[in-house]
Design a protein around this ligand. Sequence first.
Ligand SMILES: NC(=O)c1ccc[n+]([C@@H]2O[C@H](COP(=O)([O-])OP(=O)(O)OC[C@H]3O[C@@H](n4cnc5c(N)ncnc54)[C@H](OP(=O)(O)O)[C@@H]3O)[C@@H](O)[C@H]2O)c1
Length: 290
Amino acid sequence: MAKRIVIVGKRGRLGAALAREFASRYDVIALGREDLDLSAPVAPQIVLPGFDAMLNCAAATNVDWCEQNPELAQRLNGEAAGELAEFCARRHARLIHVSTDYVFDGKTPGPLAEEVAPNPINRYGQSKWQGELAVLAASPDHLVVRVSWVFGPDRPSFIDQIIARAQSEPAVAAVADKWSAPSYTLDIAQWLHPVLLERPVSGILHLCNHGSCSWKEWAEVALAAARRLGNRLRTTEVAPLTLAGMKPFKASRPVHTVMATTKFQALAGLQPRPWQEAVAAYVDRQYQTA
Ligand SMILES: NC(=O)c1ccc[n+]([C@@H]2O[C@H](COP(=O)([O-])OP(=O)(O)OC[C@H]3O[C@@H](n4cnc5c(N)ncnc54)[C@H](OP(=O)(O)O)[C@@H]3O)[C@@H](O)[C@H]2O)c1
């Protein structure tokens, strides 16, 4: 019988992708906000048959909104994650909780291993770190998976915004002095398979595509891929912006948050493909013109 997996956050960029990609291998129960609202105590809301693992992809992910709504951010990203973790522990099921590179302060260049101490510099990062701590305290079997710069077909992200802008405007610009690694949701689904139940791992695990880039470099690769497919773009040049010049940002952003995936590679025997390949694969899938 197929193992049963519960996915929380079924309409999110990552949750929707995992619910679809896992459906052929597991018995998937996908929950949306209408089934489980993280702003209220979670246990009384969940009516579920037995399950083997829960994947929590739901979160308040708008960094500037979290800065302006710190108590709600703590509730959704921190307390609610802990409540889900306790619920799963009581049901003898694993929780795989999705977290972020924004738990780091961004002061250290170079790939960051799981052992590097978090030191978040904004409310989003603080709330997500609080969630990680609560999840790991609830059971030694639970797993925190940190991802960065998530993109995929189920909800628009940076790539889609930049392509839309280049279709309508003669000039585009992106921040050139902040670095991380994009993570393609369809790749994350593949990476999670081996560590979910087959070779279960607990603690913290970093997952992202290989390499690193600035938002500017990410935009350039996406625009070049879109133009190769015949999309009408008014430009593929991306002018550099500085992080310090981003006046609309309410929250500080960490500068260097490229994560090392060495632990995952040793565990799963899989090497995440370079981010450029993942971006090209996504653009191929979403922006075919023929
Ligand atoms: N996006 C990134 O670049 C990025 C980077 C690093 C880490 N992450 C982490 O990756 C995970 C998935 O992110 P994502 O990009 O898939 O996020 P997303 O597209 O913003 O989706 C977030 C999901 O959370 C749900 N949600 C928000 N508030 C809720 C509430 N009160 N009750 C129940 N559900 C609620 C949303 O429901 P609705 O659909 O109803 O709004 C949505 O399905 C998150 O843990 C995030 O912190 C994301």
